[in-house]
Ligand binder design. Structure first.
Ligand SMILES: *[C@@H]1O[C@H](CO)[C@@H](O)[C@H](O)[C@H]1NC(C)=O
Ligand SMILES: *[C@@H]1O[C@H](CO)[C@@H](O)[C@H](O)[C@H]1NC(C)=O
Length: 178
């Protein structure tokens, strides 16, 4: 029986190939880390993308889509929370501020984010970035409506939606520059 022997020439070519090929992206985690470094909240980005098992292919577009989905699910969760707080509110001033926040979150959850996710799938990255950044804007506007003795019950959630939106937009911007 003949044992196939790697010819020296092929072996040298192989070594050459190894030395000139760019640093390989070995697995999804590597890509996630590289991309998260380009966002303003590295740890949040990493935690979000690594903890979300998904069937979407994990290229940059897939990561942007996953992140946008996380913004949507957080914004939806926040809106649900606001609506349950409205039911329990006894202070009319608090109820008004919460109702105002619901008004801000409803279009984000129903239109802006779903449309942004749709745009992402079509490669309309500038439009997608705009729609996702609306989530951060509305979260801020909601938070600012509480002032003085009216303490926001939404601070942590608004901040999280804002940060997640910033992360998603930063990833979409990588695609835009692509
Ligand atoms: C909100 O985002 C955080 C961070 O990615 C995640 O851990 C959490 O599960 C999300 N919450 C919802 C309701 O999607
Ligand atoms: C909250 O929003 C309402 C409706 O836009 C506005 O009238 C009110 O001045 C806002 N309050 C604060 C503290 O921003």
């Amino acid at each position: 029986m003949r044992t196939p022997i790697l010819s020296p020439t092929i072996f040298l070519l192989f070594l050459l190939f190894l030395s000139i090929s760019p640093p390989p992206i070995q697995c999804d985690d590597d890509l996630i880390e590289q991309i998260c470094k380009k966002t303003p909240f590295y740890d949040l980005c990493l935690a979000s993308l690594k903890s979300n098992p998904t069937t979407i292919p994990m290229d940059i577009k897939g990561l942007a889509t996953t992140m946008a989905d996380i913004v949507l699910s957080n914004a939806t969760d926040t809106l649900d929370f606001i609506q349950s707080e409205i039911k329990q509110a006894s202070d009319p001033q608090m109820e008004r501020a919460l109702a105002y926040c619901a008004e801000l979150y409803i279009p984000v959850v129903k239109y802006n984010l779903p449309q942004a996710i749709e745009a992402l799938s079509k490669g309309q990255y500038a439009f997608a970035a705009d729609g996702i950044s609306d989530a951060a804007k509305e979260a801020d506007a909601c938070e600012k409506n509480f002032s003085g003795s009216l303490k926001s019950p939404l601070t942590v959630r608004n901040k999280l939606v804002h940060s997640l939106s910033d992360v998603a937009v930063a990833i979409v911007k990588v695609l835009l520059k692509g």
